[in-house]
Design a protein around this ligand. Structure first.
Ligand SMILES: [Zn+2]
Ligand SMILES: [Zn+2]
Length: 74
């Protein structure tokens, strides 16, 4: 199992969501099973983009969640 990277956590928090809320939205048992970059695909970093690069999926996923849950507060 991969943990979310500090960069991914930072981006989630900056958006106004919580890391726990983001995780539970995608994985209802609260365990992050996606990739460390924040993508729900566990083969994203190193596959869709270089390991060190920012994930292109994360802002999209955050945007989708923010649209569904407009009243999420940290
Ligand atoms: Zn991805
Ligand atoms: Zn990624």
């Amino acid at each position: 199992m991969t943990a979310l990277s500090a960069a991914a956590r930072g981006q989630i928090r900056e958006s106004g969501l919580t890391v726990a809320g983001y995780t539970r939205h995608h994985f209802p048992d609260g365990k992050w099973l996606g990739d460390k970059c924040g993508c729900t695909d566990d083969r994203c970093a190193g596959y869709h983009h270089d390991d060190a690069d920012d994930c292109g999926c994360l802002p999209v996923l955050i945007g989708q969640l923010a649209a569904i849950v407009p009243d999420v507060t940290p």
